[in-house]
Write a protein that binds this ligand. Sequence first.
Ligand code: CA
Length: 241
Amino acid sequence: MLNTATRSTTPRTVLVVEDEPTLATAVAQRITAEGWTARVASDGASAVQAAKQLKPDLVIMDIMLPVMDGLEATKRIVAERPVPVLILTARDDETDKVIGLGAGADDYMTKPFSMRELIARCKALLRRVERAKVIAKNSENEKILDFGSLVIDPGQRIVVSDGVQVHLTPTEFDLLATLARKPRSVLTREKLLEEVWDWVDASGTRTVDSHVKALRHKLGSAMIRTVHGVGYAFEPPANAE
Ligand code: CA
């Protein structure tokens, strides 16, 4: 009796940070309909406080917020405790700006969005956390990827560039490691979405572009080559053995 009841409905808590009451309510209702618990915070400072108390499994974060903006709130929340963050932006160019600032989010969506897509992205992020645990377990003994000035340790999830440890978000790390395991091989956006995000809908390919941009910002633009119309390839640094 017991084993049939529990497994499929893992209790999840989602913190929704949004200052537009109508949108916040709509998102919270949709999350509740999934069987998850939704909590709403309407400014950045309350979000940081709520994240501390609730220890949510996922955070949906608007960028333009009163008191403290979503960027600062995200930085503080992920510094305190690793949690996947899905950032909502008003426009595509705002998304680019936000990524450039390295907020530490795992995914981005531009308003207006469909609730169906929002929930699909949430599920993919939650699955990714579970997968990451399994991958981390499997990677414990994976050998270090040594490219001279760039060293990637999949077991410890550490990246060192020119002797300095680089802070990457979990998503950025997985993307880099996936590309670096096959140096110079071109991986399509769809393949990367499937491998890193477990997200197969091609509408998410912009997410890949966004994270490539973030990695280039942190590691230098030569590290990842764009193959127009196809995808991306990892280019080992020139000094690599
Ligand atoms: Ca707002």
